[in-house]
Design a protein around this ligand. Structure first.
Ligand code: FAD
Length: 486
Protein backbone atom coordinates (compact mmCIF):
# COMPACT_ATOMS: atom_id res chain seq x y z
CA UNK A 1 0.00 0.00 0.00
CA UNK A 2 1.57 3.23 -1.20
CA UNK A 3 0.42 5.72 1.43
CA UNK A 4 -1.85 4.57 4.28
CA UNK A 5 -3.37 8.03 4.71
CA UNK A 6 -3.66 8.80 0.98
CA UNK A 7 -7.41 8.24 0.81
CA UNK A 8 -7.91 10.83 3.58
CA UNK A 9 -5.47 13.38 2.17
CA UNK A 10 -6.37 13.46 -1.51
CA UNK A 11 -9.64 13.89 -3.35
CA UNK A 12 -10.45 12.10 -6.56
CA UNK A 13 -9.33 14.21 -9.50
CA UNK A 14 -9.52 13.41 -13.18
CA UNK A 15 -7.16 14.81 -15.82
CA UNK A 16 -8.36 18.01 -17.52
CA UNK A 17 -10.52 17.86 -20.65
CA UNK A 18 -10.66 20.29 -23.56
CA UNK A 19 -13.84 22.39 -23.21
CA UNK A 20 -16.87 21.11 -25.16
CA UNK A 21 -17.08 24.11 -27.52
CA UNK A 22 -13.43 23.64 -28.56
CA UNK A 23 -13.35 19.84 -28.78
CA UNK A 24 -16.37 19.56 -31.10
CA UNK A 25 -14.31 21.34 -33.76
CA UNK A 26 -12.40 18.12 -34.46
CA UNK A 27 -12.48 14.34 -33.84
CA UNK A 28 -9.40 14.13 -31.59
CA UNK A 29 -9.33 12.68 -28.09
CA UNK A 30 -9.78 15.48 -25.57
CA UNK A 31 -8.87 13.99 -22.17
CA UNK A 32 -5.43 15.06 -20.96
CA UNK A 33 -2.89 13.30 -18.73
CA UNK A 34 -2.06 13.76 -15.05
CA UNK A 35 1.12 15.49 -14.00
CA UNK A 36 3.55 13.08 -12.32
CA UNK A 37 2.55 14.43 -8.88
CA UNK A 38 -1.18 14.07 -9.54
CA UNK A 39 -0.73 10.50 -10.75
CA UNK A 40 1.18 9.75 -7.58
CA UNK A 41 -1.58 11.27 -5.41
CA UNK A 42 -4.36 9.46 -7.22
CA UNK A 43 -2.64 6.08 -6.84
CA UNK A 44 -2.12 6.89 -3.13
CA UNK A 45 -5.93 7.01 -2.67
CA UNK A 46 -6.11 3.20 -2.96
CA UNK A 47 -6.75 1.85 0.54
CA UNK A 48 -5.48 -1.68 -0.23
CA UNK A 49 -8.61 -2.84 1.58
CA UNK A 50 -8.68 -6.34 3.00
CA UNK A 51 -11.09 -7.65 0.40
CA UNK A 52 -10.45 -5.81 -2.86
CA UNK A 53 -13.87 -5.96 -4.52
CA UNK A 54 -12.33 -4.16 -7.50
CA UNK A 55 -10.67 -7.48 -8.55
CA UNK A 56 -14.00 -9.13 -9.11
CA UNK A 57 -15.70 -5.89 -10.25
CA UNK A 58 -13.35 -6.00 -13.23
CA UNK A 59 -14.31 -8.72 -15.75
CA UNK A 60 -10.58 -9.22 -16.36
CA UNK A 61 -9.77 -9.65 -12.68
CA UNK A 62 -7.28 -6.76 -12.83
CA UNK A 63 -5.01 -6.78 -9.77
CA UNK A 64 -5.71 -3.17 -8.93
CA UNK A 65 -4.34 -2.42 -5.41
CA UNK A 66 -1.00 -3.97 -6.40
CA UNK A 67 -0.59 -1.85 -9.52
CA UNK A 68 -1.71 1.25 -7.62
CA UNK A 69 1.04 0.54 -5.10
CA UNK A 70 3.65 0.11 -7.86
CA UNK A 71 2.51 3.39 -9.46
CA UNK A 72 2.84 5.15 -6.11
CA UNK A 73 6.43 3.82 -5.86
CA UNK A 74 7.01 4.84 -9.52
CA UNK A 75 8.05 1.30 -10.33
CA UNK A 76 6.79 1.28 -13.93
CA UNK A 77 8.17 -2.16 -14.82
CA UNK A 78 6.28 -3.73 -11.93
CA UNK A 79 3.10 -1.72 -12.59
CA UNK A 80 3.12 -2.73 -16.25
CA UNK A 81 3.85 -6.39 -15.44
CA UNK A 82 0.94 -6.56 -12.99
CA UNK A 83 -1.49 -4.82 -15.34
CA UNK A 84 -0.49 -6.74 -18.47
CA UNK A 85 -0.75 -10.07 -16.65
CA UNK A 86 -4.56 -9.72 -16.72
CA UNK A 87 -5.26 -7.23 -19.51
CA UNK A 88 -3.81 -7.43 -23.03
CA UNK A 89 -5.04 -3.98 -24.02
CA UNK A 90 -5.10 -1.44 -21.16
CA UNK A 91 -4.78 1.33 -23.76
CA UNK A 92 -8.35 0.49 -24.90
CA UNK A 93 -9.96 -0.09 -21.51
CA UNK A 94 -8.05 2.88 -20.00
CA UNK A 95 -9.87 5.10 -22.51
CA UNK A 96 -13.35 3.67 -23.01
CA UNK A 97 -14.25 1.26 -20.23
CA UNK A 98 -17.26 2.21 -18.07
CA UNK A 99 -14.96 1.01 -15.27
CA UNK A 100 -17.06 -1.47 -13.28
CA UNK A 101 -13.95 -1.75 -11.06
CA UNK A 102 -14.61 1.81 -9.86
CA UNK A 103 -18.22 0.94 -8.99
CA UNK A 104 -16.79 -1.92 -6.91
CA UNK A 105 -14.12 0.23 -5.18
CA UNK A 106 -14.62 0.08 -1.39
CA UNK A 107 -13.59 3.73 -1.03
CA UNK A 108 -16.67 4.47 -3.18
CA UNK A 109 -18.95 3.66 -0.24
CA UNK A 110 -18.39 7.08 1.29
CA UNK A 111 -16.03 8.93 -1.06
CA UNK A 112 -15.56 9.05 -4.83
CA UNK A 113 -13.72 5.86 -5.90
CA UNK A 114 -10.06 5.60 -6.90
CA UNK A 115 -9.55 6.81 -10.50
CA UNK A 116 -8.59 3.28 -11.58
CA UNK A 117 -9.36 3.68 -15.28
CA UNK A 118 -7.13 6.74 -15.63
CA UNK A 119 -4.31 5.13 -13.66
CA UNK A 120 -4.52 2.13 -15.99
CA UNK A 121 -4.22 4.39 -19.04
CA UNK A 122 -1.18 6.11 -17.54
CA UNK A 123 0.58 2.81 -16.78
CA UNK A 124 0.27 1.60 -20.36
CA UNK A 125 1.20 4.94 -21.93
CA UNK A 126 4.30 5.14 -19.70
CA UNK A 127 5.10 1.51 -20.58
CA UNK A 128 5.00 2.31 -24.32
CA UNK A 129 7.10 5.43 -23.74
CA UNK A 130 9.70 3.42 -21.81
CA UNK A 131 9.69 0.67 -24.47
CA UNK A 132 8.40 -1.94 -22.01
CA UNK A 133 5.69 -3.26 -24.37
CA UNK A 134 7.50 -5.97 -26.26
CA UNK A 135 6.56 -9.08 -28.28
CA UNK A 136 6.14 -12.03 -25.91
CA UNK A 137 5.70 -15.14 -28.10
CA UNK A 138 8.06 -17.97 -27.08
CA UNK A 139 10.90 -18.93 -29.44
CA UNK A 140 9.90 -22.58 -29.32
CA UNK A 141 6.57 -23.04 -31.09
CA UNK A 142 3.98 -25.76 -30.55
CA UNK A 143 3.53 -26.41 -34.27
CA UNK A 144 -0.24 -25.89 -33.89
CA UNK A 145 -2.20 -23.41 -35.99
CA UNK A 146 -5.27 -21.34 -35.04
CA UNK A 147 -7.57 -19.17 -37.16
CA UNK A 148 -9.36 -16.32 -35.36
CA UNK A 149 -12.33 -14.82 -37.21
CA UNK A 150 -12.87 -11.17 -36.33
CA UNK A 151 -10.35 -8.61 -35.09
CA UNK A 152 -12.40 -6.78 -32.45
CA UNK A 153 -11.17 -6.81 -28.83
CA UNK A 154 -12.27 -10.45 -28.35
CA UNK A 155 -10.46 -11.74 -31.45
CA UNK A 156 -7.37 -9.64 -30.71
CA UNK A 157 -7.19 -10.87 -27.10
CA UNK A 158 -7.62 -14.51 -28.15
CA UNK A 159 -4.95 -14.06 -30.84
CA UNK A 160 -2.49 -12.37 -28.46
CA UNK A 161 -2.88 -15.07 -25.82
CA UNK A 162 -2.68 -17.98 -28.29
CA UNK A 163 0.46 -16.48 -29.79
CA UNK A 164 1.90 -16.16 -26.28
CA UNK A 165 1.21 -19.89 -25.83
CA UNK A 166 3.37 -20.60 -28.89
CA UNK A 167 0.72 -21.31 -31.53
CA UNK A 168 0.78 -19.84 -35.06
CA UNK A 169 -2.22 -17.48 -35.22
CA UNK A 170 -3.94 -16.00 -38.27
CA UNK A 171 -6.69 -13.39 -37.82
CA UNK A 172 -9.29 -13.00 -40.59
CA UNK A 173 -11.13 -9.67 -40.81
CA UNK A 174 -13.71 -8.62 -43.37
CA UNK A 175 -13.01 -4.91 -42.93
CA UNK A 176 -9.98 -3.25 -44.49
CA UNK A 177 -8.17 -2.83 -41.14
CA UNK A 178 -8.18 -4.73 -37.84
CA UNK A 179 -9.93 -3.48 -34.69
CA UNK A 180 -13.64 -4.34 -35.06
CA UNK A 181 -15.87 -1.82 -33.28
CA UNK A 182 -12.78 -0.22 -31.71
CA UNK A 183 -11.91 1.06 -35.18
CA UNK A 184 -15.18 1.51 -37.04
CA UNK A 185 -17.78 1.84 -34.27
CA UNK A 186 -16.21 3.86 -31.48
CA UNK A 187 -15.40 7.40 -32.67
CA UNK A 188 -11.89 8.85 -32.67
CA UNK A 189 -12.81 11.36 -29.98
CA UNK A 190 -13.05 8.40 -27.58
CA UNK A 191 -10.24 6.31 -29.06
CA UNK A 192 -7.84 7.61 -31.70
CA UNK A 193 -6.95 4.89 -34.17
CA UNK A 194 -3.17 5.14 -33.88
CA UNK A 195 -3.71 3.46 -30.50
CA UNK A 196 -5.02 0.36 -32.32
CA UNK A 197 -2.32 0.53 -35.02
CA UNK A 198 0.39 0.66 -32.34
CA UNK A 199 -0.98 -2.52 -30.72
CA UNK A 200 -1.37 -4.32 -34.05
CA UNK A 201 2.32 -3.63 -34.75
CA UNK A 202 3.26 -5.28 -31.44
CA UNK A 203 1.09 -8.30 -32.31
CA UNK A 204 2.56 -8.56 -35.81
CA UNK A 205 6.05 -8.42 -34.33
CA UNK A 206 4.88 -11.28 -32.14
CA UNK A 207 4.10 -13.29 -35.28
CA UNK A 208 0.29 -12.87 -35.48
CA UNK A 209 -0.79 -12.70 -39.12
CA UNK A 210 -3.69 -10.40 -40.10
CA UNK A 211 -5.65 -11.11 -43.29
CA UNK A 212 -8.06 -8.21 -43.87
CA UNK A 213 -10.69 -7.60 -46.57
CA UNK A 214 -11.63 -11.26 -46.21
CA UNK A 215 -15.06 -12.34 -45.04
CA UNK A 216 -15.10 -15.93 -43.85
CA UNK A 217 -18.10 -17.68 -45.40
CA UNK A 218 -17.91 -15.44 -48.48
CA UNK A 219 -14.35 -14.71 -49.62
CA UNK A 220 -13.01 -17.89 -48.08
CA UNK A 221 -15.14 -20.97 -47.30
CA UNK A 222 -15.75 -21.54 -43.60
CA UNK A 223 -14.88 -25.24 -43.86
CA UNK A 224 -11.54 -24.35 -45.42
CA UNK A 225 -10.62 -22.89 -42.05
CA UNK A 226 -11.62 -26.03 -40.17
CA UNK A 227 -9.62 -28.11 -42.67
CA UNK A 228 -6.55 -25.88 -42.66
CA UNK A 229 -6.21 -25.02 -38.95
CA UNK A 230 -6.00 -27.07 -35.76
CA UNK A 231 -8.59 -24.81 -34.09
CA UNK A 232 -10.87 -21.94 -35.07
CA UNK A 233 -12.04 -19.11 -32.78
CA UNK A 234 -15.18 -17.24 -33.84
CA UNK A 235 -15.12 -13.61 -32.64
CA UNK A 236 -17.31 -11.94 -35.25
CA UNK A 237 -19.26 -9.67 -32.88
CA UNK A 238 -22.99 -8.99 -32.62
CA UNK A 239 -23.68 -7.03 -35.77
CA UNK A 240 -27.41 -7.15 -36.54
CA UNK A 241 -28.93 -3.85 -35.30
CA UNK A 242 -32.34 -3.66 -33.62
CA UNK A 243 -34.78 -2.08 -36.09
CA UNK A 244 -37.81 0.15 -35.48
CA UNK A 245 -40.35 -1.31 -37.94
CA UNK A 246 -43.03 1.39 -37.69
CA UNK A 247 -44.82 3.16 -40.58
CA UNK A 248 -42.49 5.37 -42.63
CA UNK A 249 -39.33 3.41 -41.85
CA UNK A 250 -38.42 3.44 -45.56
CA UNK A 251 -38.19 7.27 -45.71
CA UNK A 252 -34.82 8.73 -46.65
CA UNK A 253 -33.15 10.19 -43.58
CA UNK A 254 -33.46 7.30 -41.09
CA UNK A 255 -30.28 5.26 -40.63
CA UNK A 256 -28.84 2.64 -38.34
CA UNK A 257 -26.30 4.25 -36.01
CA UNK A 258 -23.46 2.03 -37.19
CA UNK A 259 -23.90 3.10 -40.84
CA UNK A 260 -23.50 6.71 -39.72
CA UNK A 261 -20.63 6.13 -37.27
CA UNK A 262 -18.63 3.84 -39.52
CA UNK A 263 -18.66 6.40 -42.33
CA UNK A 264 -17.36 9.14 -40.07
CA UNK A 265 -14.62 6.89 -38.67
CA UNK A 266 -13.59 6.13 -42.26
CA UNK A 267 -13.66 9.82 -43.16
CA UNK A 268 -11.31 10.61 -40.24
CA UNK A 269 -8.90 7.89 -41.35
CA UNK A 270 -9.20 9.02 -45.03
CA UNK A 271 -10.57 5.64 -46.06
CA UNK A 272 -12.77 5.52 -49.15
CA UNK A 273 -16.53 5.45 -48.44
CA UNK A 274 -18.32 3.10 -50.81
CA UNK A 275 -21.90 4.33 -50.22
CA UNK A 276 -23.90 7.58 -50.20
CA UNK A 277 -22.73 10.03 -47.53
CA UNK A 278 -24.78 10.05 -44.32
CA UNK A 279 -24.29 13.44 -42.66
CA UNK A 280 -25.97 15.38 -39.85
CA UNK A 281 -24.65 18.75 -41.03
CA UNK A 282 -27.34 21.50 -40.77
CA UNK A 283 -29.98 18.91 -39.90
CA UNK A 284 -32.33 18.50 -36.95
CA UNK A 285 -31.27 15.15 -35.57
CA UNK A 286 -33.06 12.66 -33.34
CA UNK A 287 -31.04 9.83 -31.84
CA UNK A 288 -33.21 6.95 -30.64
CA UNK A 289 -31.45 4.95 -27.93
CA UNK A 290 -29.46 5.96 -24.90
CA UNK A 291 -26.41 3.66 -24.66
CA UNK A 292 -22.82 4.13 -25.84
CA UNK A 293 -23.88 3.93 -29.48
CA UNK A 294 -26.51 6.65 -28.99
CA UNK A 295 -24.10 8.96 -27.22
CA UNK A 296 -21.49 8.41 -29.96
CA UNK A 297 -24.14 9.51 -32.50
CA UNK A 298 -24.70 12.65 -30.42
CA UNK A 299 -20.95 13.45 -30.29
CA UNK A 300 -20.56 12.79 -34.02
CA UNK A 301 -23.64 14.87 -34.95
CA UNK A 302 -22.27 17.79 -32.93
CA UNK A 303 -18.92 17.54 -34.68
CA UNK A 304 -20.60 17.44 -38.09
CA UNK A 305 -22.51 20.65 -37.25
CA UNK A 306 -26.08 19.44 -36.67
CA UNK A 307 -28.64 22.24 -36.19
CA UNK A 308 -30.29 20.54 -33.20
CA UNK A 309 -29.98 17.18 -31.47
CA UNK A 310 -32.57 15.33 -29.40
CA UNK A 311 -32.03 11.94 -27.81
CA UNK A 312 -35.06 9.80 -27.07
CA UNK A 313 -35.35 6.85 -24.74
CA UNK A 314 -38.36 4.66 -24.25
CA UNK A 315 -37.40 3.87 -20.66
CA UNK A 316 -37.94 6.34 -17.78
CA UNK A 317 -35.17 8.61 -16.54
CA UNK A 318 -33.06 6.75 -13.98
CA UNK A 319 -32.17 8.57 -10.74
CA UNK A 320 -29.16 10.91 -10.99
CA UNK A 321 -27.65 9.57 -7.79
CA UNK A 322 -27.90 6.53 -5.58
CA UNK A 323 -31.28 6.32 -3.89
CA UNK A 324 -32.22 5.20 -0.40
CA UNK A 325 -33.59 1.99 -1.94
CA UNK A 326 -30.33 1.40 -3.84
CA UNK A 327 -27.60 2.95 -1.69
CA UNK A 328 -24.62 1.03 -3.12
CA UNK A 329 -22.43 2.21 -5.97
CA UNK A 330 -24.81 1.03 -8.61
CA UNK A 331 -23.93 1.83 -12.21
CA UNK A 332 -25.79 1.25 -14.55
CA UNK A 333 -28.85 1.86 -12.32
CA UNK A 334 -28.10 5.60 -12.15
CA UNK A 335 -28.38 8.03 -15.07
CA UNK A 336 -25.41 7.61 -17.37
CA UNK A 337 -24.01 10.84 -18.71
CA UNK A 338 -21.17 10.72 -21.20
CA UNK A 339 -18.81 13.39 -22.46
CA UNK A 340 -20.99 13.65 -25.59
CA UNK A 341 -23.89 14.83 -23.45
CA UNK A 342 -21.74 17.72 -22.17
CA UNK A 343 -21.33 18.86 -25.77
CA UNK A 344 -24.98 19.65 -26.38
CA UNK A 345 -28.13 17.53 -26.63
CA UNK A 346 -31.60 17.49 -25.14
CA UNK A 347 -32.42 14.14 -23.62
CA UNK A 348 -36.02 12.95 -23.33
CA UNK A 349 -37.04 9.84 -21.43
CA UNK A 350 -40.28 7.88 -21.61
CA UNK A 351 -40.88 8.61 -25.31
CA UNK A 352 -42.57 6.17 -27.68
CA UNK A 353 -41.89 6.72 -31.39
CA UNK A 354 -45.02 5.82 -33.39
CA UNK A 355 -44.32 6.88 -36.98
CA UNK A 356 -41.75 8.41 -39.34
CA UNK A 357 -43.42 11.20 -41.36
CA UNK A 358 -42.19 12.20 -44.82
CA UNK A 359 -42.55 14.93 -47.45
CA UNK A 360 -43.65 14.47 -51.09
CA UNK A 361 -40.12 13.44 -52.15
CA UNK A 362 -39.95 10.59 -49.64
CA UNK A 363 -37.62 12.46 -47.27
CA UNK A 364 -38.06 12.29 -43.52
CA UNK A 365 -39.59 15.51 -42.12
CA UNK A 366 -40.76 14.56 -38.58
CA UNK A 367 -41.38 11.86 -36.00
CA UNK A 368 -44.78 11.18 -34.42
CA UNK A 369 -44.25 10.43 -30.72
CA UNK A 370 -46.16 10.04 -27.46
CA UNK A 371 -45.07 10.17 -23.83
CA UNK A 372 -45.21 7.02 -21.72
CA UNK A 373 -45.35 6.64 -17.95
CA UNK A 374 -43.85 3.73 -16.07
CA UNK A 375 -44.79 1.74 -12.99
CA UNK A 376 -41.78 0.64 -10.96
CA UNK A 377 -41.08 -2.18 -8.50
CA UNK A 378 -39.81 -1.74 -4.91
CA UNK A 379 -36.22 -1.24 -6.16
CA UNK A 380 -37.32 1.50 -8.56
CA UNK A 381 -36.98 -0.71 -11.63
CA UNK A 382 -39.49 0.03 -14.43
CA UNK A 383 -41.98 -2.80 -14.90
CA UNK A 384 -45.04 -1.62 -16.86
CA UNK A 385 -45.71 1.32 -19.16
CA UNK A 386 -48.79 3.19 -20.40
CA UNK A 387 -49.11 5.88 -23.07
CA UNK A 388 -50.05 9.34 -21.78
CA UNK A 389 -53.37 10.30 -23.32
CA UNK A 390 -53.26 13.46 -25.44
CA UNK A 391 -49.45 13.55 -25.58
CA UNK A 392 -49.16 12.64 -29.28
CA UNK A 393 -47.15 15.24 -31.23
CA UNK A 394 -44.82 15.75 -34.19
CA UNK A 395 -41.09 16.39 -33.74
CA UNK A 396 -39.57 18.01 -36.84
CA UNK A 397 -36.32 16.27 -37.92
CA UNK A 398 -34.50 15.33 -41.09
CA UNK A 399 -32.15 12.71 -39.63
CA UNK A 400 -32.92 9.87 -37.23
CA UNK A 401 -30.19 7.54 -36.01
CA UNK A 402 -31.39 4.22 -34.62
CA UNK A 403 -29.15 3.25 -31.71
CA UNK A 404 -31.30 0.67 -29.96
CA UNK A 405 -28.67 -2.03 -29.66
CA UNK A 406 -27.77 -5.17 -31.55
CA UNK A 407 -29.91 -8.26 -31.51
CA UNK A 408 -27.51 -11.04 -32.51
CA UNK A 409 -24.62 -12.01 -34.78
CA UNK A 410 -25.04 -12.49 -38.51
CA UNK A 411 -26.04 -16.10 -39.18
CA UNK A 412 -25.94 -16.15 -43.00
CA UNK A 413 -22.55 -17.03 -44.34
CA UNK A 414 -19.97 -18.29 -41.86
CA UNK A 415 -22.17 -19.53 -39.00
CA UNK A 416 -24.68 -21.18 -41.32
CA UNK A 417 -21.94 -22.86 -43.37
CA UNK A 418 -20.26 -24.23 -40.24
CA UNK A 419 -23.60 -25.44 -38.83
CA UNK A 420 -22.96 -23.65 -35.51
CA UNK A 421 -25.80 -24.01 -32.97
CA UNK A 422 -27.32 -20.83 -31.54
CA UNK A 423 -28.71 -20.21 -28.07
CA UNK A 424 -32.21 -18.92 -27.30
CA UNK A 425 -31.05 -15.31 -27.93
CA UNK A 426 -29.61 -16.35 -31.32
CA UNK A 427 -26.01 -15.86 -30.19
CA UNK A 428 -23.46 -18.62 -30.81
CA UNK A 429 -24.06 -21.38 -28.27
CA UNK A 430 -20.86 -22.05 -26.32
CA UNK A 431 -20.98 -22.25 -22.54
CA UNK A 432 -19.20 -19.52 -20.54
CA UNK A 433 -15.98 -20.96 -19.16
CA UNK A 434 -15.90 -23.61 -21.91
CA UNK A 435 -16.26 -21.54 -25.10
CA UNK A 436 -16.60 -24.62 -27.36
CA UNK A 437 -19.35 -24.73 -29.95
CA UNK A 438 -21.13 -27.86 -31.19
CA UNK A 439 -18.72 -27.95 -34.17
CA UNK A 440 -15.50 -29.89 -33.69
CA UNK A 441 -12.46 -27.67 -32.92
CA UNK A 442 -14.55 -24.46 -33.24
CA UNK A 443 -14.68 -22.04 -30.27
CA UNK A 444 -16.52 -18.72 -29.82
CA UNK A 445 -16.09 -15.61 -27.68
CA UNK A 446 -16.97 -11.93 -27.33
CA UNK A 447 -20.23 -10.34 -28.48
CA UNK A 448 -20.78 -13.19 -30.96
CA UNK A 449 -21.19 -15.59 -28.02
CA UNK A 450 -22.20 -13.28 -25.19
CA UNK A 451 -24.42 -10.84 -27.07
CA UNK A 452 -23.84 -7.10 -27.23
CA UNK A 453 -21.59 -6.12 -24.33
CA UNK A 454 -18.45 -4.17 -23.46
CA UNK A 455 -14.84 -4.04 -24.63
CA UNK A 456 -13.61 -5.26 -21.23
CA UNK A 457 -15.88 -8.33 -21.49
CA UNK A 458 -14.73 -9.00 -25.04
CA UNK A 459 -11.07 -8.98 -23.91
CA UNK A 460 -11.94 -11.19 -20.94
CA UNK A 461 -13.78 -13.71 -23.16
CA UNK A 462 -10.95 -13.72 -25.73
CA UNK A 463 -8.41 -14.50 -23.00
CA UNK A 464 -10.52 -17.22 -21.38
CA UNK A 465 -11.37 -18.81 -24.75
CA UNK A 466 -7.64 -18.85 -25.60
CA UNK A 467 -6.98 -20.91 -22.45
CA UNK A 468 -9.56 -23.46 -23.55
CA UNK A 469 -8.12 -23.62 -27.08
CA UNK A 470 -4.62 -24.05 -25.64
CA UNK A 471 -5.84 -26.91 -23.42
CA UNK A 472 -7.59 -28.47 -26.43
CA UNK A 473 -4.42 -28.29 -28.53
CA UNK A 474 -1.81 -29.30 -25.99
CA UNK A 475 -3.66 -30.97 -23.12
CA UNK A 476 -2.78 -28.22 -20.62
CA UNK A 477 -2.33 -24.45 -20.42
CA UNK A 478 -0.02 -22.03 -18.67
CA UNK A 479 -1.98 -18.98 -19.81
CA UNK A 480 -3.13 -16.83 -16.89
CA UNK A 481 -6.65 -17.38 -15.58
CA UNK A 482 -8.70 -14.62 -13.99
CA UNK A 483 -10.03 -17.21 -11.55
CA UNK A 484 -6.52 -17.43 -10.09
CA UNK A 485 -6.72 -13.75 -9.08
CA UNK A 486 -10.09 -13.79 -7.37
P1 FAD B 1 -16.48 -6.60 -32.59
O1 FAD B 1 -15.74 -5.47 -31.99
O2 FAD B 1 -17.84 -6.32 -33.15
O3 FAD B 1 -15.57 -7.21 -33.73
C1 FAD B 1 -16.03 -8.24 -34.58
C2 FAD B 1 -15.22 -8.22 -35.87
O4 FAD B 1 -15.48 -9.41 -36.60
C3 FAD B 1 -15.58 -7.06 -36.79
O5 FAD B 1 -14.40 -6.37 -37.16
C4 FAD B 1 -16.21 -7.75 -37.99
O6 FAD B 1 -15.95 -7.05 -39.20
C5 FAD B 1 -15.52 -9.09 -37.98
N1 FAD B 1 -16.27 -10.15 -38.65
C6 FAD B 1 -17.55 -10.53 -38.43
N2 FAD B 1 -17.88 -11.59 -39.22
C7 FAD B 1 -16.78 -11.87 -39.95
C8 FAD B 1 -16.50 -12.84 -40.95
N3 FAD B 1 -17.42 -13.73 -41.34
N4 FAD B 1 -15.27 -12.84 -41.51
C9 FAD B 1 -14.32 -11.94 -41.13
N5 FAD B 1 -14.54 -11.00 -40.18
C10 FAD B 1 -15.75 -10.96 -39.60
N6 FAD B 1 -17.90 -0.81 -25.16
C11 FAD B 1 -17.20 -0.23 -24.16
O7 FAD B 1 -16.70 -0.94 -23.28
N7 FAD B 1 -17.03 1.13 -24.10
C12 FAD B 1 -17.53 1.96 -25.08
O8 FAD B 1 -17.36 3.17 -25.01
C13 FAD B 1 -18.25 1.35 -26.16
N8 FAD B 1 -18.73 2.13 -27.15
C14 FAD B 1 -19.38 1.53 -28.19
C15 FAD B 1 -19.81 2.34 -29.24
C16 FAD B 1 -20.47 1.77 -30.31
C17 FAD B 1 -20.93 2.65 -31.44
C18 FAD B 1 -20.72 0.36 -30.35
C19 FAD B 1 -21.46 -0.25 -31.51
C20 FAD B 1 -20.29 -0.43 -29.32
C21 FAD B 1 -19.60 0.13 -28.23
N9 FAD B 1 -19.12 -0.64 -27.19
C22 FAD B 1 -18.41 -0.06 -26.17
C23 FAD B 1 -19.27 -2.12 -27.20
C24 FAD B 1 -17.98 -2.79 -27.70
O9 FAD B 1 -17.46 -2.09 -28.80
C25 FAD B 1 -18.22 -4.25 -28.09
O10 FAD B 1 -18.80 -4.92 -26.97
C26 FAD B 1 -16.92 -4.96 -28.46
O11 FAD B 1 -16.27 -4.30 -29.52
C27 FAD B 1 -17.19 -6.41 -28.86
O12 FAD B 1 -15.98 -6.98 -29.28
P2 FAD B 1 -15.95 -8.25 -30.24
O13 FAD B 1 -14.51 -8.49 -30.52
O14 FAD B 1 -16.75 -9.33 -29.67
O15 FAD B 1 -16.70 -7.79 -31.59
Amino acid sequence: MGKPTGFQEFNRELPGKIAPEARVKNYNEFVGLYTADKLNEQSARCMNCGIPFCHSGCPLGNIIPEFNDAVYRKNWVEAYEILSSTNNFPEFTGRICPAPCESACVLGINKPPVAIEEIEKHIIEIAYEKNLVKPMAPIIKTGKTVAVVGSGPAGLAAAAQLSKAGHAVTVYERDDKPGGLLRYGIPDFKLEKWVIDRRIQVMEADGVEFICNTEVGKDIAADELTRRYDAVVLAGGSTIPRNLPIPGRELKGTYFAMDFLKQQNKRVSSTEIKAEDILATDKDVVVIGGGDTGSDCVGTSNRQGARSILQFEFMPQPPKERTAAMPWPSYPMVLKTTSSHEEGVQRHFGINTKQFLGDDQGNLRALKVTDVTWETDFLGRPTKFAEVEGSEREIPCQRVFLAMGFVNPQYDGMLEALGVELDERKNVKAKEGVYRTNVSKVFACGDMRRGQSLVVWAISEGREAARKVDEFLTGHTLLESKEAVN
